[in-house]
Design a protein around this ligand. Structure first.
Ligand SMILES: N[C@@H](CCC(=O)N[C@@H](CS)C(=O)NCC(=O)O)C(=O)O
Ligand SMILES: *[C@@H]1O[C@H](CO)[C@@H](O)[C@H](O)[C@H]1NC(C)=O
Ligand SMILES: *[C@@H]1O[C@H](CO)[C@@H](O)[C@H](O)[C@H]1NC(C)=O
Length: 307
């Protein structure tokens, strides 16, 4: 009995061992390919990490090379007729000129730590969002573009600034990228074949989606134009007989308003949006020319018909 049982047990064990060994081989093979695969993924990930870190370090060295207290303004490439397609970038650049702050421009990294354009680097530190940039530089360099204004005037101008940055802006981009499908806009830039071909492909649905989420996009094209016209009427009303929104001198709010109006004035040639300034509210067209002449022509912007 004992013997028999032993044989049975032994044969069972041998069979078991055989298939276990098979399984083992398979497992090891499987395990090895998993390890190799994972190793390859980690190696690629590490290599990419090292390359991007090196690139970032190189960029950082370039950015820091502008020198102490010099602003490096990161923004899009210059346009043909207007210094920048981004109203917020033009706002910051106008401010830098008005406040006489030394700056250089970088167009290689237009998107900053918050994923938006513009942003700045100064003394190794980054500041993102045009309004935070103006706040930061105002404090840092003790700038006061409002010394001729009362507290109440400054507060009213902040309301005007918000109209431009947060309301008129939506009319401009909804028309430019969605309603007009980038057509007129692309004639004002030198973006090359790739962007000329593919910009509408991602911008038309992208801005349509955002405009609908924001709220302006639920209206008809004619209604959006009327909203824009009302914004312009309001701005013309606030400007009145003054040369600038800040009265006899440009103030901080002028930088923002000019940044937005310049998009209609120079980046919408031949359209009813341009006509809002050139025909409907000519005081706004004169205002744009005045801002350009006083603060932009003074400086040498290359590759721009604004000069
Ligand atoms: N509040 C921001 C707005 C900046 C902004 O919207 N920039 C646009 C260009 S005009 C941008 O970078 N858009 C890219 C995106 O949103 O993906 C500021 O004042 O700087
Ligand atoms: C400007 O921003 C930088 C970076 O965030 C910050 O370190 C610095 O304190 C700010 N300066 C002022 C005056 O706000
Ligand atoms: C602009 O260029 C002119 C002539 O090239 C030069 O005289 C002037 O100093 C420059 N202005 C600035 C602000 O760089």
């Amino acid at each position: 009995m004992l013997f028999r049982t032993d044989t049975v047990r032994r044969s069972v064990t041998m069979e078991g061992l055989g298939s276990l060994a098979d399984l083992g081989v398979k497992l090891v093979a499987g395990y090895r390919s998993v390890v190799l695969g994972a190793g390859a993924v980690v190696a690629v990930w590490l290599a990419r990490k090292i390359i991007t870190t090196k690139k970032k370090q190189k960029l950082r060295r370039e950015w820091d090379s502008v020198g102490q207290d010099v602003v490096l303004l990161h923004q899009f490439l210059r346009g043909k007729y207007c210094p920048n397609l981004s109203p917020f970038a033009l706002k910051v650049e106008t401010f830098l000129r008005l406040a006489n702050i030394k700056y250089e421009v970088d167009s290689k990294s237009p998107y900053g730590p918050k994923g938006k354009c513009p942003w700045i680097t100064i003394n190794g530190e980054d500041v993102a969002d045009s309004e935070f940039v103006l706040d930061n530089l105002t404090q840092r360099f003790n700038i006061n573009l409002e010394s001729h204004l009362s507290t109440q005037q400054v507060a009213s101008l902040e309301a005007v600034r918000i109209l431009a940055d947060e309301h008129l802006f939506w009319c401009v981009i909804t028309w430019r990228y969605w309603l007009d499908r980038c057509v007129i806009f692309l004639t004002t830039q030198d973006l090359g074949l790739f962007f000329n071909t593919f910009m509408p492909v991602f911008m038309v649905p992208g801005i349509k989606h955002r405009a609908k989420e924001q709220g302006i996009g639920i209206h008809s094209p004619e209604e959006i134009y009327q909203i824009c016209k009302k914004d312009c009427a309001t701005l013309a009303g606030v400007l009145g007989d003054n040369d600038f929104f800040g009265g006899e001198k440009p103030s901080r709010a002028d930088c923002a308003v000019f940044g937005q109006l310049a998009q209609l004035m120079w980046n919408a040639p031949g359209t009813h949006y341009e006509a809002l300034l050139t025909n409907v509210f000519p005081c706004l067209a004169s205002y744009c020319l005045r801002m350009k002449d006083t603060e932009i022509t003074r400086f040498n912007l290359t590759n721009t018909a604004l000069l």
